[in-house]
Ligand binder design. Structure first.
Ligand code: NI
Length: 256
């Protein structure tokens, strides 16, 4: 089986003790590609550095809505320079997060999101979007950038919004959350969603799938996400692995 974990944070301190050893085991676990998005300047740099160390790791650079409080022209210029690296395949993760009360103000998050979408358009890169409890505003900003293609990571919106996003040419990506008992809504969306618009991810070290929920997550568990999708779609896990690998490579422009 060949799996593509399209969203994992190996820059996280959760991996400080065994980052290199753990990543080195991924090919033998069937994980052939990993995309590591950044959340600020430091983690974006680390993502690029991991992509330089491991042939199967690719990077995205960007400011997460929770970490975008200091966003300015100078930081944007640094993102632009980092994005010129051949292993940087997207701007991300970017978006809106209204869940945490101490996040930057909503209008500032929207401005930074908008600016990073403009950057992606300028650089001809796709975007990885984080939308937590901001579905309406997030879709509004996305609609203003019809020339940017993107993926909603860990999709948590409605079926109706999913249909809109598919019409706009976007992809939706799913994590271990779909293995949880209360995932009925996500499973209904997956049932409807065309297979060629689905990508899989772990969001490691977070969102560990069942039966490992509560433990640290890593890309070696992404097959559990593929298995759940396979069950919903009536496909084999190998078929889901293969299609989502192809989708991810096409979306990020990774050559075979
Ligand atoms: Ni993430």
């Amino acid at each position: 089986m060949r799996l593509f974990d399209t969203h994992a944070h190996y820059d996280s301190h959760a991996f400080d003790g065994d980052r290199v050893e753990l990543l080195s085991t991924m090919p033998e676990q069937g994980v052939e590609l990993i995309l590591n998005p950044g959340c600020d300047l430091e983690t974006s740099k680390m993502a690029v550095s991991l992509a330089e160390q491991f042939p199967f790791v690719y990077a995205a650079v960007g400011f997460h809505p929770s970490d975008c409080g200091g966003y300015n022209d100078e930081l944007e210029q640094q993102l632009r320079q980092m994005a010129a690296h051949p292993k940087v395949k997207a701007i991300g993760e970017i978006g809106l997060d209204y869940y945490w009360k101490d996040n930057p103000p909503h209008d500032f998050q929207q401005e930074v999101f908008h600016r990073q979408l403009c950057l992606a358009e300028e650089l001809h890169l796709p975007v990885i979007v984080h939308d937590r409890e901001a579905h309406h505003d997030c879709l509004e900003v996305v609609r203003q950038h019809p020339n940017v293609k993107g993926v909603y990571h860990c999709y948590s919106g409605s079926l109706e919004d999913a249909k809109t996003l598919v019409k706009l040419g976007w992809r939706l990506s799913f994590t271990g959350v779909i293995t949880f008992k209360n995932a009925r809504k996500s499973l209904e969306i997956i049932e409807w969603l065309p297979m060629e618009r689905i990508m899989i991810e772990t969001d490691s070290p977070y969102l560990t799938p069942e039966p490992f929920r509560g433990k640290r997550n890593d890309s070696g568990k992404v097959h559990l996400v593929a298995e759940t999708i396979a069950r919903v779609k009536g496909l084999t896990v190998e078929e889901v692995a293969s299609v989502t690998m192809e989708n991810g490579m096409k979306f990020f422009g990774i050559e075979g």
